[in-house]
Structures are given as C-alpha cells and as structure tokens.
Write a protein that binds this ligand. Structure first.
Ligand SMILES: NC(=O)c1ccc[n+]([C@@H]2O[C@H](COP(=O)([O-])OP(=O)(O)OC[C@H]3O[C@@H](n4cnc5c(N)ncnc54)[C@H](O)[C@@H]3O)[C@@H](O)[C@H]2O)c1
Length: 347
C-alpha cells in the first residue's frame, strides 16, 4: 500500500510566491488545491501582467485544483475547506506590498490581519488539518539588530505592513496552540523572479533594462536586501510543509546574503550592457535598515539549500522575461532609439 499523498491547500496560491510553492509541491507528489480571489494590487494593464498570469496558470499551476474564493468570507472558507479536505494549509494570501499597506491601512488590516485570524480561528474545527504554515515577512524585525538577523532577534517593525505581519504571527501561534494544530512560521525577504507582477524593484529594473528605460533608484550603495530567487523561497516553504522538524518553529527563508541595489544594477549591466541609472530622493522613514538574514536554522533542521546567487537568479529571471514577456520586446522595438543620448554612468 502506498503512502497517502499530503493534500495541501494554499491560500493566495495563484499569486507570485504561491504559484511557485504549488509547482514545487506538485512535483513532490502532493495534491494541491489553490484558494485565491485573483486580486491585483497595482495597475493591471502593464504589458507583462497577463503574460505572467497566463504562465502561472498554464505552467506553475498545471495539475493543481484552482478555486476562486475570498478567505475573509468565513462561511465560504468553511465550505471550501470541507470540500478540499486538506491535511496541510499554507497561508500566503495577503496584500504583500509595504508601500501600499502604509496608505491603504484598512485594506491592509482586512487582508493581512483579519484574513489570518479568520483562517487560524477555524483550523481546529477540522480533524483532517494536521499543520498550518504561515508565510510572514522579514519586515517584522524592523531595523536589523544584528547581521545576519536570527529568528530570535528583536522584532520591532517600523511600518504598517511589518506590524500587521507580526500580528498575524502572534494570532497564528496562539490560535494553533489553542487548537493543538502544529504551525510553522516562514519569514522570506525581497523575493524576485519569474511572474512577479507587483512591480517590486527587480521586476522594474529588469523590465526597464529590457525596454531601454532608465533604472530609478534611491541610495543604491547603502540599501542592502537579502534578495531571494523565488524558486529558493518556494523550496524552503515546501521543506517546512513536508518536515515534522518544522512543527511549532519559525524560520528565515532567504538567500542568506545582503546585497546592495548597486550590486543588482552591476549584475544587470553585465547582462544588458550600460544602462541609464537615475537617482531619486525618497522618504525612507518607514523603511527598515536590513541586510542578510541568518538561514542556518532552516539549513540545519530542514536541509534548506538556497541555490541561486543574485547573479544566477537574475540571469534566470532575465531569460524568463525574454522568453515569456513578448509584449516588452514589442515595446522595445517600437522605441529603439531611447537609450542613445541619455546614458549616464551607473556610479
Ligand atoms: N514577494 C515577496 O518578496 C515577499 C516577501 C516576504 C513575504 N511575502 C509574503 O508572501 C505572500 C505572497 O506574496 P506574493 O509576493 O506572492 O504576492 P501576490 O500578490 O503575488 O500573491 C498574493 C495572492 O493572495 C491572494 N489573496 C489576497 N487576499 C486574499 C483573500 N482574502 N482571499 C483569497 N485570496 C487572496 C491574491 O489574489 C494573490 O493572488 C504574502 O503573504 C506576502 O506578505 C512576500
């Protein structure tokens, strides 16, 4: 008799990170059910938007059952859970953008805090649910106290998004303890790669480089992030999903290296040649000072091995964008002369 395949319900599974997690778990032999309401947080008519959605649905989610549903609606959520009968829930559904959460605070509260409460509040009602995995964020730490930042370091979020993600963690821990359902908490950071549609910095850099538009940047030499290729983040989450060693634990799941925005620009200049870079002022009052996270716990307990340096990850991402985001190449061909006179040195 074969071992029963885990049935995994992924909230937010049609999103950027969720669709890669789904692919990884499908490839590992799990049954995957995605629950998502296909929301977008930025202008949806960017040329690459539909191409990325299509790639997610045709390639990454191929083999998953995709259900449309809003997890803020508790009755519908109950119905979907009863139908899906998952043994594991991965909760990714949330507004993922700190700069949007800062101004759309009620939307952020509904999406990050209320939705997490709604789900964690009822996990104990279903005996078939054996584990709850919450995807949090490195923004819960605020300014990093030490570098690399360990899981048990000071948590002092500086902005609305980080505060709400930390609230989500506290709710998950307390409600899962109450229901006696093991939980795992995952803290990724600065994820980039194929199908990102939320206009984070590396998506904008890559798309602008490809279409001969300038890269606009604030403080490139002094801004450090732990850029993480999306497949590495998905692998780390999947390991936590499938290992008992993750039960009731918190994990940083990142590349484990602090790299500057200037490093990212330098890597892209090696791929594309000289790029126009413009520095812009920005109010960074709510942006924490960050860098590398300590991923030794995930490596030791879960066997996590983030495989892509920034150089390797960006090369793969650019290859994807060239292959899949054909609309960008059409845009580029319509404006072949843009770069000619405007090129300025990157540093
Ligand atoms: N991308 C990153 O760099 C990063 C870093 C740290 C943490 N995270 C966390 O990872 C998770 C996923 O982020 P992402 O980058 O994939 O964002 P995304 O916007 O691509 O995906 C989020 C998905 O959640 C869905 N969703 C949101 N609210 C929902 C609801 N109420 N009901 C059903 N579906 C809902 C959306 O429709 C979307 O498909 C978020 O929780 C985010 O906070 C992301």
């Amino acid at each position: 008799m074969g071992v029963k395949k885990p049935r995994v319900l992924i909230t937010g599974g049609a999103g950027f990170l969720g669709s890669h997690v789904a692919r990884r778990l499908l490839d590992a032999g799990c049954d995957v059910i995605v629950l998502d309401f296909f929301h977008q947080y930025i202008y949806p008519l960017a040329p690459s938007f539909l191409e990325n959605m299509q790639y997610r649905h045709e390639v990454l989610l191929n083999g998953a059952q995709v259900i449309r549903g809003n997890i803020n609606n508790k009755e519908d959520l109950r119905r979907q859970i009863i139908k899906a009968e998952p043994s594991i829930i991965i909760h990714l559904a949330a507004l993922p953008l700190a700069n949007v959460a800062l101004w759309q605070t009620e939307e952020a509260f509904d999406s990050i805090v209320y939705a997490t409460f709604n789900l964690a509040d009822i996990v104990g009602d279903f005996t078939f649910i054996k584990k709850f995995v919450y995807v949090s964020s490195s923004m819960i730490y605020g300014d990093f106290e030490t570098i690399p930042m360990p899981e048990d370091g000071r948590k002092n979020p500086k902005d609305v998004y980080g505060s709400m993600k930390l609230t989500g963690e506290i709710l998950v821990k307390s409600l899962c303890r109450k229901h006696d359902v093991p939980y795992a908490i995952i803290r990724p950071s600065a994820i980039y790669g194929p199908t990102d549609n939320n206009r984070r910095v590396l998506q904008i850099f890559v798309e602008n480089a490809l279409t001969n538009k300038p890269l606009e940047v604030t403080n490139p030499q002094a801004t450090f992030l732990d850029f993480t290729y999306v497949e590495d983040a998905a692998e780390g989450i999947s390991l936590a999903v499938l290992s008992d060693k993750a039960d009731n634990q918190e994990f940083n799941v990142t590349r484990g290296e602090g790299r500057s925005l200037q490093d990212a620009i330098d890597v892209l200049q090696k791929i594309f040649g000289q790029l126009e870079v413009r520095t812009k002022p920005e109010n960074a009052k709510f942006r924490p000072s960050r860098g590398a996270l300590d991923v030794s716990k995930a490596k030791k307990l879960l066997g996590y091995k983030p495989a892509h340096s920034l150089e390797e990850g960006l090369a793969r991402y650019v290859d994807y964008v060239r292959r899949v985001n054909k609309s960008l190449l059409e845009e580029k061909n319509q404006k072949p002369q843009r770069l000619a006179k405007k090129t300025s040195p990157a540093r």
